[in-house]
Design a protein around this ligand. Structure first.
Ligand code: TYM
Length: 331
């Protein structure tokens, strides 16, 4: 029996923050120890908001790859591919578009949120984005998809579309299972606690970027708003402290209970100072790894070439199978 297959991706839109690590990459690292893993730099997703990446996408791609390596993706265990390198992704994306009821795609909450933000500049690509994501995972008969909470609905759509295709034609697509952490699946903006930590926020003081300086990290964490209870406990009434606890647990691997016990008699100042120390020590090391990898472009290109070959060895036969089942191939 072959090992279960894992696929996941991140957009190269220059937005890498601590939420991406805690919500997704951390699980990627664990999974590579046991499973066959393919991780993707999903640039075709990134161009669904062209204003965000115009003139920067190429650099963003190499940056993200260097970050993947810096975090600990091991190319002897995981493969990494650039989504746009393999045309089978958008090819299957188009086919799945034809199997996705408009009403189903129109229910995606992330699209609704973006519509209110981007208004008339919103692209059709952004509407179709979850369908391309469905293609990404269904192409590989993927078993596990490690993601943050915001991607759960998109994976449900992938399962629905696969089921629809399977029941209309032949059961050729495996239904993927999302893998979402119990804690840290949605790291929130430090200032806008109702929103996920993401660059689409108006200001950046609530976002801990992976490339932030020591000074910025301390400033952001020490000034992060909290309540007046001065009690370090994880509950719904203290969403800001719960968010900081999730960040603490996400970086250290201590359980929330252990952290609560550790700070039972401490005040917010002490807790925040410790958290800033922990986050900075972690990122300082990742940043130095990143600087090492980003300067070696030929190595980075080699990784993407190998990732592409690995990927196409799986997707070319899959596309053939899909065409045959659909009846759109030569006979
Ligand atoms: P993207 O690029 O927005 O985010 C990448 C991953 O990071 C997670 N994430 C977070 N987790 C916790 N807290 C946060 N604040 C936070 N911000 C981001 C996301 O949930 C995601 O897992 N559509 C996807 C990329 C994609 C994909 C795929 C993923 C394309 N094809 C196939 C899995 C499988 C996206 O835009 O993620």
């Amino acid at each position: 029996m072959s090992k279960p297959f894992v696929f996941s991706g991140i957009q190269p839109n220059g937005d890498l923050n601590i939420g991406h690590y805690i919500g997704a990459i951390k699980n990627w690292l664990k999974l590579q120890e046991e499973y066959d893993c393919l991780y993707s730099i999903v640039d075709l997703h990134a161009i669904t908001i062209p204003e965000k990446v115009k003139g920067k996408i190429n650099n963003n791609i190499y940056d993200l790859l260097a970050w993947f390596l810096a975090f600990g993706l091991d190319i002897n265990k995981s493969k990494i591919m650039l989504q746009s390198d393999n045309p089978d992704h958008p090819y299957l994306g188009w086919i799945l578009n034809c199997f996705t009821p408009f009403g189903l795609a129109n229910r995606m909450t992330q699209f609704k949120e973006k519509t209110s933000e981007l208004k008339e500049t919103i692209s059709c690509g952004l509407f179709n984005y979850p369908i391309l994501m469905a293609a990404d995972v269904l192409l590989y008969d993927c078993d596990i998809v490690p993601v943050g909470e915001d991607q759960k609905q998109h994976l449900e759509l992938a399962r629905d579309v696969a089921q629809r295709f399977n029941s209309m034609y032949e059961p050729i697509f495996k239904l993927p299972e999302p893998l979402i952490q119990k804690n840290g699946a949605r790291i929130k903006d430090l200032y806008h606690i109702e929103k996920k930590m993401s660059k689409s926020s108006k200001d950046e003081k609530g976002i801990i970027f992976i490339l932030d300086s020591k000074e910025n990290i301390y400033k952001k964490i020490l000034k992060a708003p909290t309540d007046s209870k001065n009690s370090i406990q994880f509950n719904n009434q203290q969403p800001e402290i719960a968010n900081l606890l999730n960040i603490y647990a996400g970086i250290t691997d201590l359980s929330i209970k252990d952290i609560e016990a550790k700070y039972k008699n401490s005040d917010y100042k002490q807790f925040k100072e410790d958290l800033a120390d922990i986050v900075w020590k972690f990122l300082e090391n990742i940043q130095s790894q990143y600087h090492k990898y980003i300067s070696d472009k030929s190595y980075l290109n080699k990784i993407l070439d190998e990732g592409l070959a690995f990927s196409q060895a799986i997707t070319n036969p899959k596309i053939k199978q899909v065409r045959k089942v659909l009846g759109i191939s030569k006979t």
